[in-house]
Ligand binder design. Sequence first.
Ligand code: NAG
Ligand code: NAG
Ligand code: NAG
Ligand code: NAG
Length: 384
Amino acid sequence: MEGFNFVTGFPKNKRLFLSTILLLVSLICAAYFLANAFHYKQVRLARWGLIYSIPDTTTSNEKCKTQCHPSGTHPLPQGIVATTSNLETRPLWEDDHSPTNSNRPFNLLAIPVGVKQKQVVDKIVKKFPSSDFVVMLFHYDGFVDEWKNLAWSNRAIHVSAINQTKWWFAKRFLHPDIVADYNYIFLWDEDLLVDNFDPQRYLSIVKEEGLEISQPALDPGKSEIHHPLTVRIARSKVHRRYYKLKGSGRCDDNSTAPPCLGWVEMMAPVFSKKSWQCVWHMIQNDLIHAWGLDRQLGYCAQGDRMRNVGVVDSEYIVHLGLPTLGGSNDNETSSNSRRESDRPKVRMQSYIEMQVFGKRWKDAAEKDQCWIDPYEQHQNQTSH
Ligand SMILES: *[C@@H]1O[C@H](CO)[C@@H](O)[C@H](O)[C@H]1NC(C)=O
Ligand SMILES: *[C@@H]1O[C@H](CO)[C@@H](O)[C@H](O)[C@H]1NC(C)=O
Ligand SMILES: *[C@@H]1O[C@H](CO)[C@@H](O)[C@H](O)[C@H]1NC(C)=O
Ligand SMILES: *[C@@H]1O[C@H](CO)[C@@H](O)[C@H](O)[C@H]1NC(C)=O
């Protein structure tokens, strides 16, 4: 306002009036430009560590923008942000006799369960010592109370959602930030026999061999086998590839890609913490059967999938291959007809999901200019 009064009070000569305005405007512009340039220089110098205190608040805001806040936490001071959690239960109050946190379990066993497989699941869980394993049950049939009489039931985490699959549960309840404490995650089916399996021996082999993604081998005599890679080799400790030297789809010493090696099946995978951080992101929210995911696991192997993905032979399991979900609530001996009518639909859906996942992967790979496929060359060699 004052400036305006100053200008209007100037001599009535119109030309002089205009040129004064012009001069003022250009002065203001120049000042603005210089201020910006100086500001920019300060920021640059600050980045190089040449200026230690920057009084200008906008400048320090610039600096803070480079701090990495988890999304949504900007209103908080960084030190209060707790990015990870775990599945440990907590006492309502602390007393002197509370066990300390130092010896809490550092691995996780998660299993989707229906009450029909209670006996089998009981045997599995009993093999996993509570000192080393947190147990999480995903109840897909809603019968949570039926498990109460088992000795370990109270220390397990029970999650219930009707008719949901293992991958549906895993996507929702095993976010890497939630399971950040656990070194290994066993994401197992409920139809497995563990008579020849010891989880601690298994983990010591996995560590020794550097397997980031693994599974125990399947006892071929008693298991439902879907793929020869998973079959146990007697007197072997670990194998990473299988051989098929005749016919189509050969696998030999020159093979470098799935299905010959570099993946495991989805009934009993064991993930290292690092690999799970990757795999969780690869699980699609809507593709609940997760078909096709197994063949891509190698991308999460934290290095060469030929080395870091494998099958442990010396600790092995039996895969019963029961139609556990998508079945009816009737048991084996009673009506099979309803269960059998659901199976083809589940299979069809799984197959469709595999196509969708394949297409998503292909599109994503094409669109992402920054992504380089580490296995691209290998893929051509094995496609004979
Ligand atoms: C593997 O590749 C090498 C070189 O191409 C070839 O000489 C050899 O016969 C191949 N081995 C098998 C088992 O196919
Ligand atoms: C769960 O699936 C079965 C068929 O497998 C069906 O009969 C039942 O109604 C489903 N329950 C719910 C709550 O969707
Ligand atoms: C299965 O069904 C039979 C006959 O209906 C019954 O006797 C048996 O207890 C059932 N088993 C389970 C585990 O529900
Ligand atoms: C792999 O094969 C595809 C198509 O056959 C070809 O376009 C691509 O260049 C090949 N990649 C390498 C690394 O040889």
